[in-house]
Design a protein around this ligand. Structure first.
Ligand SMILES: [Mg+2]
Length: 286
């Protein structure tokens, strides 16, 4: 029996999953109820996001969301434990994923693909030690371009995980080049293992392309109701192909007076797998 025995772990994306910064309205009771759930001593929270640590701090202040127990940042390429408001980086994780890039760093990888049409390097503040990030056009010819990037990397002995998602709000595509060993899912699995948590009492939540690995694997997952139609279809298809249909729940709303979007979708999904969680927030009104 570990100290974490019985704990619920909620691994949630931030933008347009816990943060209501999309085009759909948020139910007024959703975040207060999420805060109540997160405050329970048997509940651990991990934010799993493309943001780095400083941008997560900004979101916590701006949206009044809880300080998490863990942060999986930079699309799964950094992991922190949060203890007494101190963010402790898990260096073992970075060492483990670094090997995929064959000793190269982001700028060296960029040099291999910098001439490709449609790739615009994101701001320095959005790059990470093991995350090279670009903007692409919304209607980018993804299959062709991603195949070309992959073949250029392969020739140089670089094993990369290419993650594309659409920022609907900004009308732009986002491409993250990560080490092949790094994804939101592999980081969540590392965290569960290293913290002695229980994957049957873990629920992941997300809304978009860079959440798909985490939502369509062996861990219980929920897609919030504000997810775009193509993400819903992709998620359902990937989960089915992998044999994990029963591990993907799509929030529908009409749940305790909430609409299934953002935090409401997270609560609905956690309750789908762990019905006892409802008692931890049901009395909270906005
Ligand atoms: Mg998101």
């Amino acid at each position: 029996m570990s100290a974490a025995d019985g704990a619920i772990l909620i691994c949630t994306d931030l933008d347009r999953t816990l943060l209501p910064n999309g085009s759909q309205p948020e139910s007024a009771s959703a975040r207060p109820r999420f805060r109540a759930l997160a405050a329970h001593p048997d509940v651990r929270i991990a934010y799993v996001t493309g943001r780095h640590h400083a941008l997560v701090d900004e979101a916590i202040a701006e949206f009044n969301i809880p300080v998490p127990d863990y942060l999986i940042g930079d699309v799964g390429t950094s992991i922190y434990r949060v203890e007494d408001d101190t963010w402790l980086p898990e260096h073992d994780w970075q060492q483990q994923i670094a090997a995929s890039w064959g000793g190269r760093d982001g700028p060296a990888l960029h040099a291999l693909i910098a001439d490709m049409a449609g790739l615009l390097l994101q701001e320095p503040s959005k790059q990470g030690p093991y995350k090279l990030s670009y903007y692409t056009p919304e209607d980018w010819d993804r299959p062709t371009r991603l195949a070309e990037i992959e073949s250029r990397f392969e020739r140089e002995g670089v094993a990369a995980n290419l993650v594309w998602s659409l920022d609907e709000h900004a009308g732009t595509g986002l491409l993250d080049v990560l080490p092949a060993a790094a994804s939101k899912l592999s980081a969540v699995q590392w965290l569960i293992h290293h913290q002695g948590l229980d994957d049957e009492r873990t629920v992941c939540a997300g809304d978009s392309g860079n959440d798909l690995a985490m939502l369509t694997g062996p861990i219980n997952a929920v897609l919030v109701a504000n997810a775009a139609a193509d993400v819903r279809a992709d998620a359902a298809g990937l989960a089915e192909a992998a044999g994990y249909t029963d591990r993907l729940y799509q929030a529908t709303g009409d749940f305790h007076g909430m609409n299934g979007c953002y935090a409401a979708g997270i609560l609905e999904g956690v309750a789908h797998y762990l019905p006892e969680s409802v008692a931890l927030w049901a009395g909270v009104e906005p």
